[in-house]
Ligand binder design. Structure first.
Ligand code: 6R9
Length: 656
C-alpha cells in the first residue's frame, strides 16, 4: 500500500448496517452479555449450558481451580449427556431432511454429496455398531487417520455415541508419528483408508498405517475405509473392511449416557519441550463452548452454509467442521482437496457451487492465493458470502485487505479468531455485529474470557489499558482442556507454573487503548508454519536421530507464504562431509520421522552452535541470524566460544 492509501485506510471496519440489524449480538448486547458473563459465570454458563440436551441436568456449573499444584477444571460436573445425540439425533424431528454435511471431493468433476441429518444418523449408528463389534467400549481410545471424507465425521460421532475417546492424527503425519500417538493413547483400534487423494496426488494411508503398526501392540485392530479402491496389503484377523461391515450393521445404536467431564477426544499438539502432548477435551463443556462460539462468532443462522477449510486432524476441524456446527443443526461443508487444485480458484469455485455463507480459513492460504492474482477470485460469483474468518496465526494487514476487498467485496465482516488446541474454541475474536475489526487484531474476548497481559520476566499484571507482554487468561471457560493425557503434572507445569494463578497461552500480545488485543506470536520454542504448530524440539530430535548428525538447533524465520519457515542449524559427526545430497537426505529424513509439514526449509551446516558455558544453546542468537538481523544479536559475552557466531553469520543460508 502506498502512503496515501495508507492514510486513507480506516482504522477500523464495522459490519454493514444490514448485517448488524440481523446479527445475534450488536455492540450494546455484547457489552451487556460480556459484563454478565464475568460478573457471574455460574449464572451465565448455567443458562448457556442449556443449549445442549442433557440426559440428567447439571446442578453445579463451574468448579475450577488454577492454583499450581492443584489445578482442576470441571464444568457441569454432575450433568450427563451424549455428544452424538446432541449433534445428530436431537435434530431429526425438526431437520431430519436438511443437509448436515456437504462433501466436496478432491476431484472437481466427482459429484458432491449432501448427507442429511437422517442419513448421518444412520451412518453414525452403523459405524458405532462396527466399533462395538470390534470390542470398543466406553473409555477406550480410537485413533482416526483418515482423509477429509464423511467417514471421518461418522467415526468421530460413532466414538462419541458409544463413549469411546477419539484421537485424530492428521493424514499428513508419518508412520512414526502415528505409531507414537497410537502407543501414547494405548488405542484399541485405528481407523484409516486405503489412500487419501489431495490435489490430484495420493497419500498411501493404509501402507503408512501398516508401517506404524509394526511398532504397536499386535492387539490393535485396523479398520480400513475403502475410499479410492487402491490395492493395499491385508492382514487377516487384524484388518477390517469398515464399509462392508457398516452395510451389514444395525442402523440403530443406543447412545451411552456420559458424564459432562468424560473425555470426548484427545488431540496431540506440539509444545516447546518433549514429545507432543495429548490435549484432553471434555464432553459437556467442550461441546457447549464449541457450539456457542460457532453461533456467535460466525453469526450463524438457520439456512446458512458454513465452510471451515481446516482439516479434521487439527482442532479447528474438530470444533468448527464437526462439533460446533452439528450441535447447532447447521449445514457444514467438508472439503477433501487443496486450495490450488485444479487451480488457485478452487476455494471460490466451491463457495459459488454450494452458496457458502460463512467462509473460514487461514492466513497462509489467503497469502498463497493472493499471490496468484485477482482473476481466480473474480471469475466466480461470491455473492452468497456474508462473513469471512481467519485462524491459525496473525493475519498481516496486506492479506487482510485483500481478503476484505477482493474476496469479501468490502461487504463481509472479517472475524480474526485467536484460540488454541488447548482452548477448545475461540477466546479472542470479534463478534461481527458488535465489534468493528482492525486489520491484524483479534479484537476482544468472547463471553466469559478474561485475558490479562503480564510482564514476561516479572509476571507482573499490567493494569494500564495499553499493555504489551505475555497473554494469559485469568479464569476458566467451559471449552478449556482438562489435562494432558496420562500426565496431569505436565499439564500443570506447561500452563500454570510460570505465571501463578493464570493459564499461560505461550503467546505474546499487545493491548491498545481501545482494549483490542493484537497477538504477536509465540514467546516459546514453538513455531507456526502455515498455521500448523511445530515444536522446534521435535524437529531437532528428528534430526539428531540421523546417524550423521551430531547436534541440531531449529528456529523459525519469517516466510512470505508460510508465516514462519523452519531453519535448521546442523552440526555433523566428525569427519562427515556436508554435501547437497546429505542436505536432501536430511530433509527426507525429517519428512519420514514427523511428516511433510516438518521438513526444514533451510539447513545450515554449523561447525559449532552458540552455547552458554553451562551448555545451553542460545536460540535467541540463532533466531537473529536466521532473521538476517545481525545488528541486534545482543550480549554474546556469556558464550563459551563467541567465534562460532561469526562463522554462522558468514555462512548463513542465502535465501535469495
Ligand atoms: C486454533 C489453532 C495455536 C496458536 C496460538 C497462536 C496462533 C491461532 C491466531 C493465532 C494470531 C490468530 N494463532 N490463531 N495467532 N491470531 N487469530 O490455530 O490452534 O494449532 O493449537 O495453534 O496459533 O500462536 O497459540 P493451534
Amino acid at each position: 500500500m502506498n502512503a496515501q492509501a495508507q492514510a486513507a485506510a480506516p482504522e477500523s471496519y464495522a459490519a454493514p448496517q444490514e448485517f448488524i440489524a440481523k446479527a445475534h449480538v450488536d455492540a450494546a448486547r455484547y457489552e451487556e452479555m460480556y459484563a454478565a458473563s464475568i460478573a457471574d459465570p455460574d449464572a451465565f454458563w448455567g443458562e448457556h449450558g442449556l443449549r445442549l440436551d442433557w440426559i440428567k441436568p447439571y446442578s453445579r456449573v463451574k468448579n475450577t481451580d488454577f492454583t499450581f499444584g492443584q489445578v482442576s477444571i470441571k464444568w457441569f460436573e454432575d450433568g450427563t449427556l451424549n455428544v452424538a445425540q446432541n449433534c445428530v439425533d436431537r435434530h431429526l424431528e425438526t431437520r431430519g431432511d436438511q443437509t448436515a454435511i456437504i462433501f466436496e471431493p478432491d476431484d472437481p468433476n466427482a459429484p458432491a454429496q449432501h448427507i442429511t441429518y437422517r442419513q448421518l444418523h444412520d451412518k453414525v449408528c452403523r459405524m458405532a455398531n462396527v466399533l462395538r463389534s470390534q470390542g470398543v467400549t466406553r473409555g477406550d481410545r480410537v485413533v482416526i487417520y483418515l482423509p477429509m471424507i464423511p467417514e471421518a465425521a461418522y467415526a468421530m460421532l460413532a466414538c462419541a455415541r458409544i463413549g469411546a475417546i477419539h484421537s485424530i492424527v492428521f493424514a499428513g503425519f508419518s508412520p512414526d508419528a502415528l505409531a507414537n500417538r497410537i502407543n501414547d493413547s494405548a488405542a484399541k483400534v485405528v481407523i484409516t483408508a486405503d489412500s487419501a487423494p489431495r490435489g490430484g496426488r495420493k497419500t498411501a494411508l493404509k501402507s503408512n498405517t501398516d508401517a506404524a503398526l509394526l511398532h504397536c501392540s499386535d492387539r490393535v485392530r485396523c479398520l480400513v475405509v475403502k475410499h479410492t479402491g487402491d490395492q493395499t496389503t491385508w492382514v487377516d484377523g487384524r484388518d477390517v473392511d469398515v464399509k462392508a461391515l457398516m452395510d451389514h450393521a444395525a442402523p440403530d445404536c443406543p447412545a451411552e449416557e456420559m458424564n459432562a467431564e468424560d473425555p470426548l477426544f484427545v488431540l496431540y499438539t506440539s509444545g516447546s519441550t518433549g514429545k507432543p502432548k495429548g490435549v484432553v477435551h471434555s464432553s459437556g463443556g467442550y461441546l457447549a463452548y464449541a457450539a456457542m462460539t460457532h453461533q456467535y462468532t460466525f453469526d450463524y443462522h438457520d439456512g446458512d452454509i458454513f465452510w471451515c477449510t481446516a482439516d479434521v486432524g487439527w482442532v479447528t476441524g474438530h470444533s468448527y467442521i464437526i462439533y460446533g456446527p452439528l450441535a447447532n443443526g447447521a449445514t457444514t461443508l467438508m472439503f477433501e482437496g487443496v486450495p490450488t487444485y485444479p487451480d488457485a480458484g478452487r476455494f471460490w469455485a466451491v463457495c459459488e457451487k454450494h452458496k457458502v455463507t460463512q467462509f473460514y480459513t487461514a492466513p497462509t492460504a489467503i497469502r498463497a492465493l493472493m499471490g496468484q492474482g485477482n482473476g481466480f477470485v473474480e471469475k466466480h460469483d461470491l455473492s452468497s458470502l456474508r462473513l469471512l474468518g481467519s485462524v491459525g496465526e496473525p493475519i498481516n494487514p496486506e492479506a487482510w485487505n485483500w481478503y476484505n476487498e477482493v474476496v469479501g467485496k468490502g461487504r463481509c465482516p472479517i472475524v480474526d479468531t485467536w484460540w488454541q488446541t488447548e482452548t477448545g474454541g475461540h477466546l479472542i475474536t470479534p463478534l461481527p455485529g458488535a465489534i468493528p475489526a482492525k486489520p491484524g487484531s483479534a479484537t476482544k474476548p468472547f463471553f466469559g474470557v478474561k485475558p490479562v497481559v503480564l510482564e514476561a520476566e516479572s509476571g507482573k499484571l499490567i493494569e494500564t489499558p495499553e499493555a504489551e507482554g505475555v497473554l494469559c487468561i485469568a479464569d476458566s471457560w467451559p471449552g478449556q482442556m482438562r489435562t494432558v493425557w496420562g500426565d496431569h503434572d505436565r499439564f500443570q507445569e506447561t500452563y500454570f507454573q510460570q505465571y501463578k494463578g493464570y493459564y499461560f497461552s505461550g503467546d505474546g500480545c499487545r493491548r491498545d487503548a481501545d482494549g483490542y488485543y493484537w497477538i504477536t506470536g509465540r514467546v516459546d520454542d514453538v513455531i507456526n508454519v502455515s498455521g500448523h504448530r511445530m515444536g522446534t524440539a521435535e524437529v531437532e530430535s528428528a534430526l539428531v536421530a540421523h546417524a550423521q548428525v551430531a547436534e541440531a538447533a531449529v528456529v523459525g524465520y519469517p516466510h512470505d507464504i508460510k508465516g514462519q519457515g523452519i531453519y535448521a542449524y546442523v552440526t555433523l559427526m566428525n569427519g562427515v562431509e556436508p554435501t547437497d545430497a546429505l542436505r536432501k537426505e536430511l530433509e527426507a529424513w525429517v519428512r519420514t520421522e514427523i511428516g511433510p509439514i516438518a521438513k526444514p526449509d533451510l539447513i545450515q551446516w554449523a561447525p559449532g552452535l552458540p552455547k552458554t558455558r553451562s551448555g545451553k544453546i542460545m536460540r535467541r542468537i540463532l533466531r537473529k541470524i536466521a532473521e538476517n538481523d545481525y545488528g541486534a544479536l545482543g550480549d554474546i559475552s556469556t558464550l563459551a566460544d563467541p567465534s562460532v557466531v561469526e562463522d554462522l553469520i558468514e555462512n548463513r543460508m542465502n535465501r535469495g
